[in-house]
Structures are given as C-alpha cells and as structure tokens.
Design a protein around this ligand. Structure first.
Ligand code: LMR
Length: 398
C-alpha cells in the first residue's frame, strides 16, 4: 500500500485542544486554549459591524471572480493605514504595499517563502518562547531558525538577555518581533525597550519582521501600533504581518496581510512581483470575503466607529478578566504569585503553571490550557472566576 509508511503525528498543540474540550462532558469545563475571544455569554459572536458589512456585501457584490495575487487594492490601502497610521509618509511615498493573505498565518508563510527565495542564507530569530507555529512555518520554508531569550523559567521578561543576544545576530538576518500582546506570554516590551531593540536592529543591519496579530487588544488600536510605527518611521525596510482574525473576529474567514515597506516606490514593485509569484504557488488568489468585510468597515466612517467601539469593548473586557482572576486568586493566598496576569497584555497569559499542573487542570478539573502554562484570558467565563481560581489553587497547593 502507498500509505503504509505514513506515521501519525501528535495533534496541533493549540488547535488539538478544540476537539479535546468539545468532547469533555464536564459541565464546569473551561476553555482557555485556542486564542478566541468570548463574551459574557461564553460565545464568540459575529461583531455587529461585521454583520452590517456582510449584509451590504450581499446586496452590492456583483461577482466572485478572481481578485489577483495581492487581493483587493482597497483592503490593502485601508489595512496599511490602520497599521501605519493614515498620515504615514510611507503611504504618500508609495513605499508600502499590502498583500492580502489567508489570515496572519498565511502572511507569515508568504513571508517565510519570500525570505527563503529572495534573501537566501538569511536566518530568522524568534523569541524564546514564541507561538509554536512560528517555529514550524519558518522551518517548513527551509530557514535556519534561532532564538533570542524573552521570558525565562522565572516567568519574567528578560530584556537584558534579549538585547545581548540581538547584539550578536549575524548582519542581515531577520528578527521576528511581536508588536504587542506577545503570544504566548502576554509580556510586552516598554517603549524604552523598543527603542533599544531598534538601535540594535539598525546597527547590525537586521531585517525586522513584526508580527501584529492583536492590534487593539493590548492598550488600544493606535497605542498598540506604536512599535510598528516607530520601526516604519526609522528604517528603510520592514516586513509586517497583520491579522484580522481577532480584532475583527474573522477567525474562520482567514483574513490578513503581509505589509512590506521598502526604501523606494520602484523597489516596492520588484518585491511585490516576487510576493505575487510566491503567493501563486501557495494559494493562487487570496480568499476575499473577510477582506471585503474589513474594507467595507474601514472605508465607512459609521461602520468604522462601531467597529472601534466593539474592539474597545473586547479589550476592556479582557483587562477586567485579568484583574478579576488575580482578585479571585487573592483570598486563596495566590494573589501575589499571579500578579503578573494583571500586568500582561492581550489575550494570553503565561501563568507560570508547569506542564504537570496544566495536565492536572485538564484531567482533574476540565480546565484547558496550552502547554507551558499559556491561558487564553479572553476565554474565561467571568461568572465562574472563583471556580477557576479554586482549580488553580488545587494544582498549586498539590
Ligand atoms: C492562538 O495562538 O491560539 C491563536 O493564534 C490561534 C492559532 O492559530 O494558533
């Protein structure tokens, strides 16, 4: 048989939890696995702005024909403005181009293949730890993957160690940075830290790739873009992967972009010709529906305001859940131990729980976390915070 030698591989470290959670019969289960926002009802609803935009699209769309390798121009322009700021001089100078991709993950894969094809010999440097799919995507594209320290075994951000390693990266290599809401830890760099990273990137002539998957979930839509804009203003070249999965709630529509900043409008055309050729081999044309929704929202002042309010609603709810969990852990003597949950940003928290404790939470309390203790704070049911705190206390005091 042709398939005889094919071995089974373990399920995805994050997506595998969806199925495990769904089949757990415990009515008191908690899904803190995959990074999906849930509201007070425990649902991941379609945003109101998205629903309205979809309705408009149903009425006015006249074709489903191909949209070309870079996707819709309006989406590309609007997403670039959202990321870089409407007044970015790069936009006026035509030094920015967005390629529509199937989600932020698609943008990362396109970027990985672009680096492998067009910048041969460049390695990529990832934070330790990082989103596990960063590791596999760049390895799959054939890049040499290395790491710079980020959060150590003491569950603290170690900027000194990070900078020391960045200072030794070979000239020309690519360094992947998380713009905000670091996945999986939730620990973000301060503005001063970012400036120091920028100095090193510049002095060592590194090529930054900024992964921007959670715009609006940290401190706000504009605030979260601060680091990206710092780099875009200071450097001649930059790669940015942007995702609309979380802030537009378009998870399954697979909507994202690879945004490239070049030192001239002419060079942008060269780079984009390569990106479109690479995308042709990956998915030919990008999926359109999600991007059309985003363009409809960002291009309409009323819908945009509604959407911005909804993002703010999600952001502040996550912040409240962070504070609420620390508060619920405090009477159990764990407030100080888990105080970092209130400091971290975005959906995720590196809780500091070890793999044994994560396993106990799952098998004894039906609380699902990703390995290494990553909890999706945005998935917590606020009405059962004390139950969750009790389960955490049980595994900590064991
Ligand atoms: C996560 O880290 O949970 C999300 O980014 C979803 C994913 O694709 O892994």
């Amino acid at each position: 048989m042709h398939f005889n030698d094919i071995q089974r591989v373990p399920s995805d470290p994050i997506l595998g939890l969806i199925e495990a959670y769904a089949t757990d019969a415990n009515p008191n289960k908690f899904d803190l696995g995959v990074g999906v926002y849930k509201d007070a009802m425990g649902l991941t609803p379609i945003l109101r702005a998205v629903k309205l935009a979809e309705q408009r699209l149903v009425d006015k769309q006249t074709t489903k024909t191909y949209i070309g390798g870079h996707g819709q121009t309006s989406f590309g322009t609007l997403i670039s403005e959202l990321v870089l700021g409407k007044d970015s001089p790069l936009l006026a100078a035509k030094r920015v181009g967005a390629t529509q991709t199937p989600g932020g993950t698609g943008a990362l894969r396109l970027c990985a293949d672009f680096i492998a094809d067009c910048l041969p010999g460049r390695g990529i440097w990832l934070s330790d730890p990082t989103w596990p799919i960063h590791e596999s995507i760049f390895a799959a594209a054939g890049l040499k993957v290395s790491h710079y320290p980020y959060v150590g075994s003491d569950n603290r951000l170690n900027v000194e160690a990070m900078l020391a390693t960045l200072n030794q990266i070979p000239h020309g290599d690519v360094v992947l940075l998380h713009a905000c809401c670091h996945n999986p830890t939730g620990f973000d760099l301060s503005q001063d830290d970012w400036r120091q990273v920028l100095d090193i990137v510049r002095s060592r002539d590194l090529l930054p790739l900024i992964d921007f998957a959670y715009q609006g979930f940290g401190d706000g839509l504009e605030q979260d873009a601060w680091s990206v804009r710092l780099f875009a203003d200071a450097l001649p070249e930059l790669l940015i992967t942007s995702s609309c999965s979380k802030n537009f709630g378009l998870y399954r529509e697979r909507t994202g972009a690879l945004i490239v900043c070049t030192d001239s409008a002419e060079k942008l055309l060269d780079v984009r010709s390569q990106l479109s050729a690479t995308a042709r081999n990956l998915w030919s044309n990008p999926p359109d529906h999600g991007a059309a929704i985003v363009a409809e929202i960002l291009g309409d002042p009323e819908l945009k305001t509604l959407w911005m309010d909804e993002v703010e609603e999600m952001r502040s709810r996550i912040a409240q859940l962070r504070a609420g969990l620390v508060e619920a852990l405090t009477p159990l003597g764990l407030g100080e131990r888990f105080a970092h949950i209130g400091v971290q940003r975005g959906m995720f928290s590196y809780t500091g729980l070890n793999d044994d404790q994560v396993a106990k939470l799952r098998y004894e309390h039906s609380v699902y976390l990703v390995s290494a203790g990553r909890a999706n704070i945005a998935g917590i049911d606020a009405s059962r915070l004390s139950l969750l705190a009790q389960a955490i206390a049980d595994v900590c005091h064991d």
